[in-house]
Design a protein around this ligand. Structure first.
Ligand code: SF4
Length: 259
């Protein structure tokens, strides 16, 4: 697909290394289906992005599903979420890791599942960007062509070495904090925190006014289509903060045209 969208033409503005980002973006050779799909069918309500936060607590042996509805989700539960989101059209999965990569061993089965079963692109958003050599061995488990490593702009130099290993890095915060986000909005995105709670998007996670339910409450389809739920963030709050880091709805706008 080579369809371009007006909304996909912005150069990253975060921090002082804008040129670096732009260069990184230019190395990206694969079109993001998110933009092309939206252009093709003109269906703004189509779910494209699944953004989930994963904590190591849900990925450790001994943490069981019976732990409670608000406990960190296990890998198996995440697979169900991925399946359901894919059935709604999601073709981009971003996993935001609240713990270092080395502590999140079970994310690999989630990422492999998303790539192999649903042909999804996978963004691994590292909140802690201290990558170790051993992490590279783990990264080899997933398809590099369908993988993007997302780190904050200040951490790009720290992880640069991994690009030589064939892993593409994108900035997790392509826009400076305090700006009005050039995001595609939460409308085509499902956001789930580490405990399985659905919020409008990452910016408002933890804010009860934007809580949309829990993945165990019922079908995601119902949440996505329920007009009574908050599908938009109020203008007054709609400002880039670190909570927007890794947001696929934002990142897609900065990278999909820079091919
Ligand atoms: S997290 Fe930020 S960038 Fe993403 S949809 Fe919400 S407001 Fe937009």
């Amino acid at each position: 697909m080579t369809v371009k969208k007006a909304g996909c033409q912005k150069a990253p503005s975060g921090g002082n290394a804008g040129n670096t980002y732009f260069k990184l973006a230019r190395t990206f050779k694969q079109k993001i289906k998110a933009c092309s799909r939206g252009s093709e069918n003109g269906n703004a309500d189509h779910v494209v992005f699944l953004w989930i936060c994963v904590s190591s607590a849900g990925l450790q042996p001994g943490i069981h599903e019976e732990a409670g509805a608000e406990a960190p989700l296990t890998p198996r539960q995440w697979l169900n979420v991925v399946d359901e989101a894919a059935s709604l059209g999601a073709n981009w999965l971003v996993l935001s890791l609240t713990d270092p990569l080395a502590k999140c061993n079970h994310i690999w089965e989630i990422a492999v599942w998303a790539q192999q079963v649903h042909n999804m692109m996978v963004g691994l958003h590292l909140k802690d960007a201290r990558l170790k050599r051993d992490d590279l061995k783990s990264l080899r488990k997933i398809d590099p062509d369908k993988t993007r490593l997302l780190v904050r702009v200040d951490d790009l130099d720290r992880v640069k070495w991994i690009e030589r290993e064939g892993i593409t890095i994108w900035t997790a915060n392509p826009q400076a904090d305090g700006e009005r986000p050039h995001c595609q909005g939460p409308k085509r995105m499902i956001f789930v925190n580490a405990n399985g709670v659905l919020y409008t998007c990452g910016l408002v996670k933890g804010n009860n006014a934007y809580r949309m339910g829990h993945v165990f409450d019922g079908a995601l389809k119902r949440v996505v289509n329920d007009p009574k739920l908050p599908h938009h963030v109020h203008e007054d709050l709609h400002i880039v903060t670190p909570e927007c880091d890794g947001c696929p709805s934002l990142i897609a706008n900065f990278f999909c045209d820079n091919t």
